[in-house]
Design a protein around this ligand. Sequence first.
Ligand code: C2O
Ligand code: CU
Ligand code: CU
Length: 547
Amino acid sequence: MTSPWVDTQRRRVLRAAATLPLAALPVVAKSAAVAAQVCSSAQRLFLPGDAGYLGRVALRGRSIAMSAGIVGALPRGITHGPLAFRAHVSGRDYRNPTLVLAQGERVRIRFDNRLAEPSIVHWHGLTIDSANDGSGIMVAQPGDAYDYDFEVRNRGGLYWYHPHPHGRTAGQVYDGLYGALEIEDADDARLRSELDLAPGRTEWLLVLQDRRPGSYAPIEQDRMHGYLGSQMFVNGTACAFREVQTRVYRLRLLNACNARTLRLAFRSGDATVPFLLIGTDCGLLRAPIRCTETFFASAERLDILLDLRDASAGDRVRLESLAFDPMHGEMDADAPGSAAAGDANASSGAMADHAAMHHDHAAMLAAAGAAVWPEGERRVLLELRVDRRTPYQRPIPGTLSALPPIANDDAQQRSFRLGFNKGRWRINDKVYAMGETPIELAHGSRETWLIRNYYTSMPHAMHLHGFQFDVLEREGSPDPVRALVVDDRGRLASDLGRKDTVLVWPGESVRLAFDFTLPFPAPQTYVFHCHNLEHEDGGMMLGVKVA
Ligand code: C2O
Ligand code: CU
Ligand code: CU
């Protein structure tokens, strides 16, 4: 495979962080000062229990009702949008419940729309028929209900749910409608028992959302680049800290930001603390992989083990988003790639307009009273404070899951180009038209998808409903991405395992493997879109028909 895009040295290059051996966790003095750059008063990280905000509820075959409406009272210290999903199960109240499901389980959920506008719930990452997928073709009008009834067919993993009414998705998610969905399977149970992990204590769900004060109010530039907040909230907690002991912790992260990509790393003082990546979007990897940092885009999930055995009481380890070039408005009309980009590329005039808009974006938001946190600017997200030593001797398992690759030997290749033209972000030059399905797939077929993002573009987090995929290769990556490549196919650690969302950087070509066998009769209808929610609402989405 060759890429028509050529790297140029004009790009700003950020050096990969220096790394430390896992054993040498340094003692730190300066971390409070670093955290103070952003946070005036640290708050204790909220961790979900078995009721209330983000509370875990195992459905175990019970049918439940879940409504979308005003959020109501929240625990002290929690910042959340004006809306939430609410459920009442066995005498307990939940806000944005973490639904815990078992493989093979039947799920019955009545969704009550108590909003003043249409809505519908999408179960992100699940293999599901189109009647239950909630892609926005069918919606519940205000005051109406929609009944879901489906079987859990996927691997153990951290999935999530959120509204998907076309054109209103970004606002509803931002205003607070999102929740985690955990599927448990045998691999997951084994990991928990081998490492003595307990949800809410040594296994933490971390839902990340960046917010500005107030509810969703995008200006034109927000629609173009994505809606960025001024501050990060982890499980609703700003400037979060939490006490830890000297053992292994499992951190399960969901990027529920409308548009923000993060570059995650753990730091202690000025040193990088390596971590083990054990899972991505759709469950565990085959084996843990040691990382020093990883990019993390909207809708993606990461499953991480952090080994604090060598820490001392008093040590502090920060989860940070490191500085990076977000590659927005990298509108270089003279780049060798733009000529090769052909018809489907935007004219240089349109791109120059976009670039100018991008540069004005922060200034306009500041004028409007919203000081956003620029994408790619370094921030501390969470601080772990080692309060005491504890004995812990469990070995990290060498094997996590037998995950057979998606076979692709007889696969046909299909190509996609991501670009901007006539004021809209587009896939293959098209914008979404409800009822149209420009992507037609044969039930039972296998395909590889080559997704190419123009050099003159911005990163797009691409997601297909109904099917999970393998990332086969990544080409033409910008230098900060290439610095994280772990194999000879240009892949990153975060590309490994089963995925449902993949970030495609400007100039990149990413190839995916799909098996379009469905346990449902044809036809079924899905959507393929960018998970930057402003791009999705703006039509960077195509209908998909499996016939
Ligand atoms: Cu997270 Cu179309 O979905
Ligand atoms: Cu941009
Ligand atoms: Cu996009």
